[in-house]
Design a binder for this molecule. Structure first.
Ligand code: PHB
Length: 388
């Protein structure tokens, strides 16, 4: 080897050594998980985290070649603590990306801070319409749904079944009220009439007086939005009050998702609509469900799927910039344009960053929400009021 070639080879070797040292020195990407780990939505937060971690583990524990480091805050589904909690992740922990949360009121506060600071945020559940409406932003994404969507799709199905007089019941907060609004819009468009809306404060579960009122009014159908521990108690109380036999109960699928073992016989036969079902018979969903069950010894639910897809959306962004989170605009643009190969079926994002997706009709059979049809195909949130 000539002296010159030796030098060139040495220089090349040095370059390779520095760049691989550089790659090794790349710090992990910091992901801030702000989720409920206590209270009525605790199980939902746990499933979201499990789903998110599963996708990352499937990629060898890294996204775009970079390790993922988690920072966690229990938001307790308490909107009053939300701004302080999100600031812990942004200012104290210096996270690169925020993932959260379940409760719409908490998520609205998170989104406000994310918008002000420009921190990328992926919402893995909370449906607050404003997040992909008036509060939308380039750096805010959702892997789940808007509250309007499952309300609307359930309204379509209730009207198709020929029910004319409906009552609604929910917690009096953004998710409950917006879901009922979506239901009412579709149900009344389909020829029905909502005769009365009943509410109680979140997260109360003293349903008795409201169930007595339903029994007295005798509507054709009752539409309910509850989730987590509250949904378990509501479905059991509805049955125990003798109403299940006389007045059909429908709801957005959260009423029976992740809750069936606890609800037992009281949930059997209930019809709901949602962007997921246990028995979507595709290789993608089957692989997801098997992997989840083997990893965690528990079956996934809609929340697990949404957490998994939040990680897929982040991966789509990171892959486009080879893990360089500093190239934020390019990363966000790639997330915006991604087609996500979700267990629910492939989806894309609306211009406001909310999934455009099919809403399935599901019926409870045993411990499963079995898909019996599609309520609305490719339902896009209207994204009212969003200016980006
Ligand atoms: C919400 O607060 O947006 C929310 C909570 C639980 C659900 C769905 C929506 O299952």
């Amino acid at each position: 080897m000539t002296f010159r070639r030796t030098l060139a080879a040495a220089a090349l070797a040095a370059l390779v050594a520095t760049s691989s040292a550089h790659a090794q020195a790349q710090p992990p990407i910091k992901v801030g998980l702000m989720l409920p780990y206590t209270g009525t939505f605790a199980a939902l937060g746990d499933m979201i985290e499990k789903g998110f971690r599963l996708y990352v583990e499937e990629q060898g524990g890294k996204l775009a070649g970079r390790e993922i480091q988690y920072f966690k805050v229990d938001d307790e589904s308490d909107p009053a603590k939300a701004t302080d909690n999100v600031n812990k992740l942004i200012k104290r922990d210096n996270v690169d990306v925020l993932v959260g949360t379940v409760h719409s009121g908490v998520a609205l506060a998170m989104a406000k801070v994310a918008k002000e600071t420009g921190t990328p945020l992926i919402v893995p559940n909370a449906g607050a319409d404003a997040i992909t409406g008036p509060g939308c932003a380039k750096n805010i994404f959702r892997s789940s749904f808007s509250n309007w969507q499952p309300g609307y799709s359930t309204g379509v199905v209730a009207a198709q079944k020929g029910y004319k007089r409906a009552m609604t019941i929910t917690w009096n907060y953004a998710a409950g009220n917006e879901t009922v609004k979506g239901f009412t819009e579709a149900f009344e468009k389909g020829g029905g009439k909502v005769i009365k809306d009943l509410t109680l404060p979140f997260p109360n579960v003293e349903f008795q007086a409201l169930l007595t009122e339903i029994a007295a009014q005798k509507p054709d159908v009752v539409f309910a939005f509850f989730a987590g521990g509250g949904a378990v108690k509501f479905v059991k109380d509805y049955d125990a009050a003798g109403l299940k036999k006389t007045i059909p109960l429908v709801g957005s699928g959260f009423l029976t998702d992740g809750t069936l073992e606890a609800q037992g016989a009281s949930a059997q036969g209930l019809i709901t609509t949602l962007h997921y079902g246990d028995e979507i018979n595709t290789p993608r969903n089957t692989a997801f469900r098997n992997k989840f069950a083997v990893t965690y010894k528990v079956n996934p639910d809609v929340y697990a799927m949404q957490g998994y897809d939040a990680a897929q959306m982040l991966a789509a962004g990171l892959n486009a910039v080879k893990g360089d989170v500093k190239q934020k605009d390019a990363m966000l643009a790639a997330m915006r344009k991604a087609t996500i190969d979700s267990p629910r079926g492939k989806f894309t994002l609306s211009p406001q960053h909310n999934p455009t997706q099919d809403f399935y009709i599901r019926e409870v059979k045993g411990n499963y929400n079995v898909v019996t049809g599609v309520a609305v195909k490719a339902l896009a949130d209207p994204g009212r009021g969003c200016r980006m």
